[in-house]
Design a protein around this ligand. Structure first.
Ligand code: PMP
Length: 327
């Protein structure tokens, strides 16, 4: 990691050290967002792309010049494509249909090959296909973001410590969206070492079923918010229900409205999972103000995982029914 005062030797050195920005706060509790659009690939997933690829190379799990085959909705693919390219590896990404085309174009521009699987099979279908492809290819490895502890480790070693440093350890609640769970679990483990009583609130779109892991009722239905949520709560091995205090749902409509508010009122060009995280963070801040939650500090931290530019073709700034594809 270099500082911004000296030249970086490669784009990989510019990953991380993203700004932590105060979001328009609720009286009585401050909200800060880690704005991950500042990474070179435009998302939080550059962090895991770098860490996973470099560690697997160092451990000999990927041979020099080998191939990685990864199931991804896009951002992990972009992050891994950057790292794979810099380390002279081939990359194949298995993507369920229906995710944003911009992310696929970026993966391809970075040298990745895209393989589609039907959207109905979700991420499980992509994981299965990635393993089949890796069997057929020579020297191929599936890093598998949903199972590798290196995903959590990337956040435990970078995102979490950066937040701790920026706030001098004064963190009351962590409110983060869950796809693989790597971001939430890694940040939580780093912060709990300094603030054992920090409140940890996971966020998913309404219609997703991760909350059943905490015994919460969930109504399974399709949702548009991209990058978080699941219809198979067992899809990831990186989420420990015991480490969570709460699991909240945010509707597509709430997330979409917040994406537009964040742009119009605060100058943040962020994607729908950031909108969902922001709504949830504001709810937690309101609960702290109302005295319904009593964390060790009146400070809520969230993450804005990616930017809105990769969702323009999906009408993220259109009316709600245009974004939903119903107009
Ligand atoms: N938001 C977006 C846009 C993402 O791409 C992801 C990763 N799927 C997440 C949130 C969730 O991150 P994590 O996988 O670390 O839970």
């Amino acid at each position: 990691m270099t500082t911004h005062h000296e030249p970086a030797t490669s784009v990989l050195e510019t990953i991380g050290r993203t700004p932590l920005v105060e979001v328009d706060s609720v009286d009585g509790a401050e909200i800060y967002a880690k704005v991950e659009t500042f990474n070179p690939g435009g998302s939080v997933k550059d962090r895991i792309g770098k860490r996973i690829i470099e560690q697997l190379l160092e451990r000999g799990a990927i041979p020099p010049g080998g191939t990685i085959v990864e199931p991804t909705a896009g951002n992990t693919g972009i992050g891994m494509a950057i790292a794979a390219g810099r380390h002279d590896l081939e990359a194949i990404f298995v993507v369920p249909e229906g995710f944003s085309p911009e992310k696929e174009r970026l993966m391809a521009a970075l040298g990745g090959e895209i393989v589609h699987v039907p959207g109905e099979g979700g991420m499980d279908g992509a994981i299965e296909r990635a393993h089949e492809i890796a069997e057929e290819e020579e020297d191929a490895t599936v890093p598998q973001q949903f199972s590798t502890p290196l995903n959590v480790e990337a956040h435990y070693r970078t995102t979490g410590p950066e937040i701790l440093e920026a706030l001098d350890g004064e963190i009351g609640a962590i409110v983060v969206g869950v796809g693989s769970g790597g971001t939430l679990t890694g940040i939580t483990r780093a912060v709990r070492e300094h603030v054992p009583d920090v409140h940890v609130v996971a966020v998913e779109p309404a219609g997703s079923t991760f909350g059943t892991l905490l015994g919460k009722p969930r109504d399974e239905k399709p949702y548009k918010t991209e990058g978080i949520g699941t219809h198979d709560p067992e899809v990831t091995e990186l989420l420990e229900p015991d480490e969570l205090d709460d699991f909240v749902t945010i509707t597509d409509r709430e997330a979409h409205a917040e994406v537009q508010r964040l742009a119009a009122e605060e100058g943040h060009l962020v994607g729908s999972s950031s909108g969902a995280a922001s709504v949830a963070a504001r709810q937690v801040a309101d609960e702290i103000t109302a005295g319904d939650r009593d964390p060790p500090h009146d400070t809520v931290v969230t993450v804005f995982p990616d930017g809105s530019e990769r969702y323009l073709s999906k009408n993220i700034y259109g009316a709600f029914d245009e974004w939903e594809g119903k107009a």
